[in-house]
Write a protein that binds this ligand. Structure first.
Ligand SMILES: Cc1cc2nc3c(=O)[nH]c(=O)nc-3n(C[C@H](O)[C@H](O)[C@H](O)COP(=O)(O)OP(=O)(O)OC[C@H]3O[C@@H](n4cnc5c(N)ncnc54)[C@H](O)[C@@H]3O)c2cc1C
Length: 409
């Protein structure tokens, strides 16, 4: 435990990033986590549902992670002694099926993809966009031929491989496996392409990351009331909820960017962090756990882990949760459109406010990196670096910890 003379760090927000920050700092600093919700863990959640008097836990959020896309998350899993809970998902379960029912939404796809591309891949992108228009027209004229088939054959180019190679800065060869759903932003061209073999789930769910950190946490936790104001003086910060004010030498903002922007005081270099944080555009994502199989492809032989159904304007994607979680009842997770239908057999619905990964997002990340640590103020969270996932929440926390520790050397 840190001694009484150690500097005091207040972490605002008890999601994965905030909790990792607190845990890693607790030996050298006094640490207080201030969290608005009665439950720690932020977006990582677990919902208990029951069937035939038996209870099951389902997660509305992360259920599977690719170790290829998020290699460093494995370090956290290992540090928390959860390696034996890692269950590799059978790749045959991950094949996107239901070609005839696949939705093809190119504009959305390319808006997202354009941003992941590195500068020297712009030419590929331009070409791909041209090809894409052509494919869209062909799909429209010949709806019985899938977008993927067109994509692979138009002008003799394998558009899919080009595009995925461009995004990843590598040169994928024909026949290699790739997680195409992810590459196309979950809404684009999908087809009978195998996903990478490295998907895993955590037995008991990713919520265990949070529970295991909480088991190790020896910090002061001030819960259930949002932080409503932060004041700065020469002496440090005063961080206040409606019921308590905590004095801090250092503050780590580990809550969503819009919330951080709202809370930040006018600092001597005023405006800057607020302006940068406001550059992270956010969108509301509504996720429903349900048992309504009409949201899946009409032909059950086409059901796969991720299902994107052309006829359904009702949701972006439906995940067949029970398939890979080995639940004895059929549970689906649909990413709903705000104004669309709602499924029957609703178990739970959650709304999340998540940053949109656009050009503004990328620019804001770069600017925020330059502001880290000024006057004793840091930012952690999945939006701060990387692509807004569990690994980026974890790595953002490690970066903040390293930087705060360096202050004390
Ligand atoms: C539906 C969905 C599916 C996802 N699927 C995946 C996936 O498959 N793989 C993957 O890697 N990632 C996935 N993610 C993303 C991943 O869950 C998040 O990136 C990660 O959990 C974010 O952690 P965080 O600590 O940065 O933020 P959060 O979890 O958002 O934590 C922020 C915390 O700040 C608190 N807070 C907010 N305002 C205040 C305030 N004023 N005072 C005090 N506390 C405050 C909040 O209550 C919250 O606890 C998904 C996200 C969603 C929404």
């Amino acid at each position: 435990m840190a001694n009484h003379h150690a500097k005091h760090v207040v972490v605002v927000g008890g999601g994965l990033a905030g909790l990792v920050t607190a845990w890693k700092l607790q030996d050298a600093f006094r640490v207080t986590v201030m969290e608005s919700s009665p439950r720690l863990g932020g977006q990582i959640d677990a919902i208990t549902t029951s069937s035939s008097a038996q209870e099951y836990q389902v997660e509305p959020n992360t259920q599977m992670v690719s170790s290829h896309a998020q290699p460093q998350l494995m370090n956290l899993i290992s540090e928390l002694s959860l390696t034996d809970k890692v269950c590799w998902v059978n790749p045959s379960l991950m094949i996107m099926r239901g070609l005839d029912e696949v939705q093809y939404n190119a504009p959305m796809t390319f808006r997202r993809l354009g941003l992941s591309l590195q500068e020297d891949n712009r030419e590929v992108l331009k070409e791909v966009i041209g090809l894409n228009r052509e494919i869209r027209r062909l799909v429209h004229e010949q709806p019985n031929i899938s977008a993927l088939d067109w994509a692979q054959s138009v002008r003799g180019r394998n558009l899919v491989l080009d595009l995925i190679s461009a995004i990843n800065g590598c040169n994928l060869q024909e026949g290699e496996e790739y997680q195409i759903g992810q590459a196309f932003g979950m809404q684009g061209i999908t087809g009978p392409v195998r996903m990478v073999r490295d998907y895993y789930r955590l037995e008991g769910g990713f919520r265990q990351l949070i529970d295991s950190i909480l088991d190790r946490l020896e910090v002061n936790i001030v819960g259930t009331k949002p932080v409503v104001a932060i004041r700065h003086s020469n002496d440090g910060f005063d961080v206040s909820s409606d019921v308590v004010t905590v004095h801090a030498d250092y503050v780590v903002m580990a809550c969503p960017p819009a919330e951080s922007a709202r809370l930040l005081p006018n600092l001597p270099w005023s405006g800057q962090p607020k302006r940068v944080l406001e550059q992270f555009n956010v969108q509301s994502r509504r996720v429903a756990l349900h048992t309504d199989s009409t949201w899946m492809p009409r032909n059950p032989a086409h059901w796969s882990s991720f299902n994107i159904v052309r006829s359904a304007d009702r949701c972006q994607m439906t995940v067949w949760c029970s398939q890979y979680n080995e639940l004895p009842i059929s549970i689906f997770r649909s990413w709903l459109f705000e104004d669309g239908d709602r499924p029957d057999g609703l178990i739970k619905q959650r709304s999340y406010s998540v940053p949109i990964m656009d050009a503004s997002f990328v620019g804001a990340q770069k600017k925020l990196a330059r502001l880290q640590g000024r006057l004793g103020l840091w930012f952690a969270g999945s939006y701060v670096q990387g692509s807004n996932n569990l690994q980026s929440a974890y790595l953002s926390a490690l970066a903040v910890v390293e930087s705060i520790a360096a202050e004390e050397l």
